[in-house]
Design a binder for this molecule. Structure first.
Ligand code: AHR
Length: 709
């Protein structure tokens, strides 16, 4: 059999003309599949930013996820008609008390109850009215599917509170007469008990007291709550504030923080940072995704109101059916990058939102361009600049490194063709002020040739998104082999094999791994890639809270207490860990194939059969250490043996390290209760020189690490 270059082979695969020259035929392979690694040919560089992460507020990624605030609806704006997440605690039926959401809308502020705003951001609050005390009486928060408790742990609690006011509000001329204020004894001063307890209130895990000052003005109260060493970890807890006397008690910005990563105030959840850091991501794309754009133009990520003290953050409408607290604000995203050693890839709002509204290029768009320039200055400006000084005042004088700015998200949905002009206006302004920055276009030429940016210089980088099943991943794993090397670079800014819920299964991981071999082999072109979505809170609907996630097949799952990586997570982790800086050219022979079931579209297009490879591969080398990383994916249910031939090297170490991810069936997966079913296993193996056979377990991803000189 004549050897073809890998590019030529893969071009054929990409074009769907798999012939006998390449493969031995369907399933029955008479000849041994062989990979010949050619170290004599100079390989292209592996992109130093190939593997990163993408994030947005979806599936309770931040509120109820990485952002560890335990109080759900802390400023009472999540729902305009009820204090979602909150309930009245009333043990003694002879007592008389009620709670009321105040000022959620202008219509529901009774005239006598105005003047409850703390500032322009904190305008809604919760009132507890106690007319007759008795037993445990107060307010409880259920957290994000439970408040987690752990032994010997200190939680920081804080809240704003005031007692009933006595001065009646001023009545303006022509207004209705004042409705009568609740007549109860104003008796709000005195001790207030704050605790974390079991949902049934029977077990108190941690408790403390504050002395409430009698005042009609808001005051912030802070205390710490520490659990005992004998507390068993549980997510079945609630946060409670109780009183023992009559009065009108008003609450706002109620917060409970567990320990954070590196103990940074308003910092991140440590277990999730650890999982991400172990992936060694080179960048973090934020803040979206759809979350960047918002359903309406007015819902776009409002970075300016996500800065500074929590008291100044009103939150905003998210894109996935729930409100965002904006505790995870622009600076927190940047600090998150620092936590995991990644560079920010900043997506700026480009004047198009999910419901289809857009702002045309020209004077109306300039406000948004200026906003993006301000945002870039906040990220990168020195302390002498206006926004750099703000960042310093927020606690981070050092500028952040920034190389790529993405203009919008998935602007191929904007069928008005306005992106061409919008992209140009943003890019011109950004490059004029920041010549070293590279602007990413969100229209992928290959997917949307009719929509591509043409009116300005060709974009330097295009963001492509792929959500596919494993068959489609296997079929398209070689698509980048045929891309024009003189065209824009590719950022695969969102991609995933969507099988398994809420997190992916082994079959999805096999789809991912095959796809990643294609990106890795072509990482001279594919300069960055990131899976999406990254996070999922795996809680199902309860009597009081909806299902936590909106999107199936995610990378990292968690509840209030613990977290785990999906099989796809472990594939990402080993691909990122075992990566050289040079692509090693490979010639493949006799790669077995299998028939792909035809889709409706295939049949409609008259396609009679489709074959896809069952083995996928990529090889990189670290040219300073001599380490070689050979990645091979076996998608079949049976073991396959492959011959490895190393050409152009004089010596190979006699021992290889194998890192293998496998399972017994494609549906196998990890869950919150069985988090380590599918995990990489590392073994050592003796190899015989520069030609050896390698057995690939069924349904497996294998990294073989070799040492050459
Ligand atoms: O990852 C989920 C969503 O998929 C993203 O928000 C959006 O960009 C894409 O359509």
């Amino acid at each position: 059999m004549k050897k073809n270059t890998i590019r030529k082979n893969l071009l054929k695969i990409g074009l769907g003309v798999l012939g006998p020259l390449l493969f031995t035929g369907h399933a029955t392979n008479a000849q041994t599949p062989t990979l010949t690694l050619d170290f004599a040919k100079p390989g292209a560089n592996v992109s130093p930013m190939l593997y990163g992460l993408m994030t947005e507020e979806i599936n309770h990624s931040y509120d109820g996820g990485l952002y560890p605030e335990l109080i759900r609806n802390r400023i009472f704006k999540d729902n305009k008609t009820s204090p979602e997440g909150w309930s009245l605690v009333q043990e003694d039926s002879a007592s008389k008390a009620s709670i009321k959401l105040m000022a959620a809308t202008t219509e529901n502020i009774p005239f006598d109850e105005r003047r409850h705003a703390i500032n322009g951001a904190l305008t809604t609050c919760l009132r507890l009215m106690v007319e007759k005390p008795g037993g445990k009486l107060g307010i409880a928060n259920e957290g994000y599917w439970g408040i987690p408790v752990n032994p010997s742990t200190t939680y920081k609690a804080s809240f704003y509170m005031k007692g009933s006011g006595s001065a009646p509000p001023r009545q303006r001329q022509g207004q209705q007469p004042l409705p009568p204020a609740p007549v109860i004894e104003d008796n709000t001063a005195g001790p207030i008990t704050v605790s974390i307890e079991s949902k049934d209130g029977k077990t108190v895990y941690a408790s403390g007291t504050i002395e409430h000052t009698k005042s009609i003005f808001w005051k912030k109260y802070e205390l710490t709550l520490t659990t005992g060493a004998d507390v068993k970890p549980s997510a079945d807890a609630r946060f409670v504030i109780t009183v023992n006397r009559t009065g009108l008690y008003y609450f706002n910005l109620v917060s409970l923080f567990p320990p954070t990563y590196n103990n940074r105030p308003n910092g991140n959840r440590p277990d999730l940072i650890k999982l991400m850091a172990e992936m060694k991501p080179k960048f973090l794309r934020f803040p979206g995704g759809n979350y960047l754009e918002g359903p309406l133009i007015t819902d776009a990520f409002p970075w300016k109101t996500t800065l500074g003290p929590l008291e100044n953050r009103p939150g905003h409408n998210g894109s996935w059916g729930y409100r965002a607290s904006d505790g995870m604000g622009l600076l927190e995203f940047l600090l998150w990058c620092e936590d995991i050693g990644a560079e920010p890839v900043l997506a700026v709002y480009a004047g198009y939102s999910l419901n289809g509204d857009h702002i045309d290029a020209g004077p109306l768009l300039q406000h948004y361009v200026n906003d993006a320039l301000d945002e870039i200055e906040y990220v990168t400006g020195d302390v002498k600049t206006y926004w750099g000084a703000k960042r310093a005042a927020d606690g981070h004088p050092a500028p952040f490194k920034l190389t790529y700015v993405e203009i919008g998200n998935e602007d191929w949905f904007d069928r008005t063709n306005s992106y061409d002009g919008r992209f140009k206006q943003f890019r011109t302004a950004i490059e004029a002020k920041y010549p070293s920055l590279h602007c990413i276009s969100t229209i992928a030429d290959a997917q949307y040739p009719d929509l591509r940016v043409t009116g300005s210089n060709k974009p330097e980088v295009l963001d492509e998104h792929y959500y596919r099943n494993s068959w489609a991943m296997w079929e398209n794993a070689s698509q980048y082999d045929k891309y024009d090397r003189n065209g824009p670079k590719i950022f695969v800014g969102e991609w995933a094999t969507r099988e398994g819920a809420p997190t992916t299964n082994l079959n999805a991981a096999l789809g991912d791994a095959a796809w990643m071999t294609g990106m890795e082999r072509n990482s001279d072109l594919v300069i960055m890639s990131c899976y999406a979505p990254l996070f999922v809170n795996v809680n199902k609907a309860t009597a009081t809270a909806p299902k936590a996630w909106q999107w199936d097949s995610d990378l990292i799952g968690y509840d209030a207490l613990t977290s785990y990586g999906s099989p796809s997570y472990y594939v990402q982790k080993i691909f990122s860990h075992y990566l050289g800086n040079k692509i090693v050219p490979v010639t493949a022979e006799n790669i077995p194939v299998q028939n792909r079931p035809l889709t409706k579209k295939d049949s409609a297009e008259g396609i009679k059969s489709k074959v896809v490879p069952t083995i996928f591969y990529s090889v990189t080398k670290n040219d300073s250490t001599g380490n070689i990383y050979l990645k091979i994916v076996n998608t079949k249910a049976k073991k396959q043996t492959i011959k490895i031939v190393l050409e152009g090297v004089s010596n190979v170490s006699p021992e290889a390290t194998n890192i293998v991810i496998t399972g017994s069936k494609p549906e196998d997966t990890n869950t919150i209760t069985d988090p380590e079913k599918i995990m990489p296993v590392t073994t050592k193996e003796k190899i015989k020189g520069k030609r050896f056979n390698k057995s690939l377990p069924p349904y497996s991803v294998t990294v073989i690490q070799l040492q050459t000189n």
